[in-house]
Design a protein around this ligand. Structure first.
Ligand code: FDA
Length: 305
């Protein structure tokens, strides 16, 4: 294992470190910047605030890699409560949810993940919302795309996520270009056998994939904070004759908020990915550990806008 990754994971696993991170004023500020809160009510408040400022939202209940049926069930119940609240507060028109299949039982069985994701999709549809299925590490890509295909038989607007760092992704983009697809760079530590490891190669593939999605008749969702890619996407979208409502930008909660506001003010659709839940500690430390570049990514956010 990469030594930086081992170090972060080992340190993060200590109770003393966990307590210090959870209570230190600076880290609490960091957490609150990147995580909307622990409860559905706090997630709703953050959503209302973003929507007031002209942004759309996709909400993620934190918690992955569940190997416990009851934990998967609790995750489903939280999504159902969240969808109810979004509907009741009139936020449904600007909101949707993002779901990690590993949080709803994928490690136990693909069928359980499909059943649980279907319950979330059904509730979302009832409230006038959609679901996007997050993409996790490459060992789950085929399974996740199979579940997605099943979900789309009943809920065709269910969103897919494709990761530009995977060598297979351009083919997947051609396959899915007629549908709702979020394109991101990819956040997991992947081997060179399946992924581009040179950041320049990842960026080049992001542009190739963006072109493929824009050429299709679907609804591409460009998830990146990279200023060059944001600009290239805008230029490519114009070239493909796309109106601002034909695609959207997506960014993470707390990351480049001024850029989110600028793009929205220019008339672009901008959706903010809002994580919430008690398992924020794992979210932050795993993000840092999975890919050491992410440490810089989070730290940079503290000093830049
Ligand atoms: P990257 O981190 O490479 O940064 C490129 C440039 O962007 C930097 O050089 C800098 O100029 C600018 N920049 C980046 N961060 C900044 C900051 N904090 N402040 C100022 N400037 C900054 N991944 C995954 O594997 N599966 C998934 O389902 C998702 N879902 C998802 C949804 C959404 C809405 C987003 C935004 C991201 C994801 N991701 C994801 C994560 C994604 O794969 C990726 O790890 C991060 O977005 C970081 O990549 P960037 O494209 O932002 O650029």
């Amino acid at each position: 294992m990469n030594p930086v990754r081992s170090l972060i994971l080992a340190a993060a696993d200590h109770d003393a470190v966990r307590r210090a991170v959870a209570t230190a004023p600076v880290s609490r500020r960091v957490v609150r910047r990147f995580v909307a809160g622990e409860t559905v009510a706090e997630a709703i408040d953050a959503t209302a605030h973003l929507v007031e400022h002209g942004l759309r939202v996709t909400l993620d209940h934190l918690g992955e890699d569940t190997a416990d049926r009851r934990a998967a069930e609790r995750t489903v119940q939280t999504y159902l409560a969240l969808l109810d609240q979004l509907h009741d507060t009139g936020l449904a028109v600007d909101a949707e949810v993002s779901v990690k299949l590993s949080a709803v039982g994928q490690a136990l069985s693909e069928r359980l993940a499909l059943t649980n994701a279907s319950r979330i999709c059904a509730a979302a549809e009832q409230g006038g919302m959609t679901v996007t299925v997050d993409m996790e590490d490459h060992t789950t890509t085929d399974s996740t795309l199979r579940v997605l295909a099943e979900l789309r038989r009943t809920w065709p607007s269910t969103g897919a996520v494709l990761q530009a760092y995977l060598r297979r992704t351009l083919d997947d983009c051609h396959e899915l270009a007629g549908s709702r697809v979020r394109l991101c760079k990819g956040a997991y530590a992947e081997p060179a056998s399946v992924a581009f490891t040179d950041p320049h190669e990842v960026d080049l593939n992001y542009v190739r994939c963006a072109n493929a999605l824009l050429a299709g008749g679907g609804y591409p969702m460009f998830a990146t904070h990279d200023p060059r890619l944001v600009e290239i996407v805008a230029e490519r979208a114009r070239w493909h004759g796309k109106a601002p409502e034909d695609f959207e930008y997506q960014m993470l909660y707390g990351v480049r908020p001024a850029e989110q506001a600028r793009l929205a003010a220019e008339g672009h659709v901008v959706r903010v990915y809002v994580p919430f839940g008690e398992q924020w500690y794992g979210y932050l430390t795993r993000r840092l550990a999975e890919r050491p570049a992410n440490a810089a990514f989070f730290l940079r956010s503290l000093v830049s806008r």
